[in-house]
Design a protein around this ligand. Structure first.
Ligand SMILES: Cc1cc2nc3c(=O)[nH]c(=O)nc-3n(C[C@H](O)[C@H](O)[C@H](O)COP(=O)(O)OP(=O)(O)OC[C@H]3O[C@@H](n4cnc5c(N)ncnc54)[C@H](O)[C@@H]3O)c2cc1C
Length: 477
C-alpha cells in the first residue's frame, strides 16, 4: 500500500507547525493531526469570559516568537501576523508606588534603575551586542559544537549562577534586584538554583532585541499564520483527531510528535525499548500554574504610572519575597503571596475587548497537579499594587493546574514547560544525546517543548527535529 504522505505530524502547537513547515518547504507531503477542535496548542485565543472579550488561552507575550531565528525566515505577516509592541515591555511595581521597568532601549532601562544604571549596562550591553549569535547558540540542543565559543562562555558563566546570587552581587538596589528576580522566575526554578539567571538574561536580552510583543488579535494569530503558510506549501491539517496509539497512524516515512514526554509514553510506550522508556519515565515535571482571565469594565488602576503603559506586569514585590514564593512552590507548597505574571493586551490591541472595556491575563506558579483555586491570592497581589482592581471585574475564568492538563494533553499537571528546566534537564532533554529528537522507534521523532530548547512559542524544537528527519530519512540537508 502506498504511504498516505511523506510525513505525519501529531499536534498543531507552534512546534508541530514549525516541524510541518520545515518538512513541507523541503518538498515533503505533510499531514498534521490535532486532537483539539482548534489548531495552535499553547498559542490560541478564545472568548473565555463574556462575548466580545478575546482572551489568550495559553501564551500571551512573545519575545521568543518575535526573536525566533526560524519564524524570522517565514512570511508570517503575509498570513496576517502583526506584532504590537507595548510602550513598556515589562513593569515590576514595588510597595512604595514606584516600578522598575524593562524597556526596549538598554540605556533607558539602565537610567531608571538609578544607582544601578552602570551595573545594568555592564551586565547586559556586551551580551546584547551578540544577541543574534547567542540566540542561535542556546536555541538548539545543549550538546553541540559552539560556533561562537567566547560569547557563549561569557553568557554561560553568568547564566549558570543562581538568580539571587547574581542579582545581589551585581545590583545594589531593590528595584534592579526585583526586576531581575521577576524575569528569572519564568524558569519555574527556585531562584537559588543554578541556571535560573540564564532565563533572566535570555528574556531580558530578547526584550532589548525585539521587545515583549503581543500579536494583534491574540496568540491564535501566530498559529493561524503558521497554518496558512503550511497550507500554501501543500500541507494538510486535520482537527478533532486525537492519536491514542502510534499504531493507529496511516503509513508514512517519518512521524514527528509534538507531544510531551508523558503523552509520548502513553501513546507509544509499548513500542519503545525498555531502557529508553525508563529514561523517559525518569524525566521530571516543572511546577504547574493556576491561570485566570478577567473581563474588566476599565483599565487596571495601577498605583505606578509605568504599569499603565506596560504590556506585562510582574507582581511579587522584593527579590526575597519572590524567591520565598518560588521556594515554596518547589517544595510542593502553596505560597501565601505567589509571584504573579500579568498581561494587559487590550490596552494596546483594540480587538481584544469592547470599546472602553478590557481583558486581563494572569497566572501564578503552583505545585504540579495542584487543584487549589488561587484566585484570592492572585487578586490580593493585584489589589496590593492596584487598589480598586476588584471593583473593575465583570467576569473571570479560572483554570487550575489539573484543568490545564485536561484541556491539552501536553500540559499534564499544569506543567507548561514540557518538563522541568533545571540544569540536568536542559542538558538531557529528554535524553542525554546530541540527537535528542530521534527516538529508538524507526522514523519517529519527538518535536515538542520536551525537547531542546524547551518551552515557549518559538518553534525551534519543531524546526530542529524536522531538520534531523530530513537528513536521516529523506537524505536532504
Ligand atoms: C497558560 C500558559 C501561558 C503561557 N504563556 C506563554 C507566553 O506568554 N509566551 C510564550 O512564549 N509561551 C508561553 N507558554 C508556553 C507555550 O504555550 C508552550 O511552550 C508552547 O505552546 C509549546 O509548544 P508545543 O508545540 O511544544 O506544544 P503545544 O503548544 O502544547 O501543542 C501541542 C499540541 O499537540 C496536541 N496533541 C497532544 N497530544 C496529542 C495526540 N495524542 N493526538 C493529537 N494531538 C495531540 C495538543 O492538543 C496541542 O494542540 C504558555 C503556556 C501556557 C499553558
Amino acid at each position: 500500500m502506498p504511504d498516505a504522505c511523506d510525513a505525519i505530524v501529531v499536534g498543531s502547537g507552534p512546534n508541530g507547525l514549525a516541524a510541518a513547515i520545515t518538512l513541507a518547504r523541503a518538498g515533503c507531503s505533510v499531514l498534521v493531526y490535532e486532537a483539539n477542535a482548534t489548531i495552535g496548542g499553547g498559542a490560541r485565543s478564545a472568548e473565555l469570559t463574556l462575548p466580545g472579550f478575546l482572551h489568550d488561552v495559553c501564551s500571551a507575550v512573545h519575545p521568543l516568537a518575535a526573536g525566533s531565528p526560524f519564524f524570522k525566515t517565514l512570511p508570517l505577516e503575509r498570513f496576517g501576523l502583526q506584532w504590537i509592541e507595548p510602550e513598556i515591555p515589562l513593569a515590576h511595581p514595588l510597595d512604595d508606588g514606584s516600578a522598575a521597568c524593562l524597556c526596549k532601549d538598554i540605556n533607558v532601562t539602565a537610567e531608571q534603575l538609578h544607582e544601578d544604571s552602570d551595573a545594568y549596562r555592564r551586565l547586559m550591553k556586551p551580551l546584547a551586542c551578540n544577541w543574534e549569535n547567542l540566540s542561535m547558540e542556546f536555541l538548539q540542543p545543549m550538546l553541540h559544537w559552539p560556533q561562537h565559543p567566547i560569547t557563549l562562555a561569557h553568557f554561560g558563566i553568568l547564566g549558570l549562577c543562581p538568580a539571587t546570587l547574581l542579582a545581589k552581587f551585581v545590583f545594589k538596589s531593590e528595584p534592579a534586584r526585583a526586576l531581575f528576580a521577576g524575569i528569572a522566575a519564568h524558569s519555574f526554578l527556585p531562584l537559588e538554583a543554578p541556571v535560573s539567571s540564564a532565563f533572566a538574561l535570555v528574556l531580558g536580552l530578547a526584550g532589548h532585541a525585539v521587545g515583549w510583543p503581543i500579536p494583534r488579535g491574540g496568540s491564535q494569530q501566530i498559529s493561524n499564520a503558521l497554518a496558512g503558510y503550511l497550507r500554501e506549501l501543500g500541507g494538510k491539517i486535520e482537527v478533532n483527531r486525537r492519536i491514542e496509539n502510534l499504531r493507529d497512524l496511516p503509513k508514512s516515512r517519518a512521524i514527528l510528535l509534538d507531544v510531551s514526554v508523558w503523552e509520548f509514553l502513553r501513546i507509544a510506550g509499548q513500542e519503545m525499548p525498555s531502557r529508553y522508556r525508563r529514561r523517559l519515565e525518569s524525566f521530571r515535571h516543572a511546577p504547574g500554574i493556576f491561570k485566570i482571565d478577567y473581563a474588566l469594565s476599565e483599565p487596571i488602576p495601577w498605583k505606578a504610572k509605568a504599569c499603565r503603559q506596560a504590556g506585562t506586569i510582574h507582581l511579587g514585590g522584593a527579590i526575597d519575597e519572590i524567591a520565598a514564593a518560588e521556594r515554596e512552590v518547589a517544595r510542593g507548597k502553596i505560597p501565601e503571596r505567589p509571584f504573579v505574571l500579568v498581561a494587559q493586551q487590550s490596552l494596546f490591541d483594540e480587538t481584544r475587548a469592547p470599546r472602553g472595556q478590557h481583558t486581563l491575563w494572569a497566572y501564578c506558579h503552583v505545585p504540579v497537579s495542584c487543584g487549589t483555586d488561587m484566585s484570592d491570592q492572585i487578586e490580593s497581589q493585584i489589589e496590593r499594587f492596584a487598589p480598586g482592581f476588584r471593583d473593575c471585574i465583570l467576569a473571570r475564568r479560572k483554570m487550575s493546574a489539573t484543568d490545564l492538563g485536561k484541556s491539552n494533553s501536553n500540559l499534564t499537571g499544569g506543567d507548561i514547560s514540557g518538563g522541568a528546566t533545571d540544569l540536568m534537564q536542559l542538558v538531557r532533554r529528554p535524553v542525554l544525546s546530541p540527537t535528542p529528537y530521534r527516538t529508538p522507534i524507526k522514523g519517529v521523532y519527538l518535536c515538542s517543548s520536551s525537547t531542546p530548547p524547551g518551552g515557549g512559542v518559538h518553534g525551534m524544537c519543531g524546526y530542529h527535529a524536522a531538520r534531523f528527519a530530513l537528513r536521516e530519512i529523506f537524505g536532504k540537508r
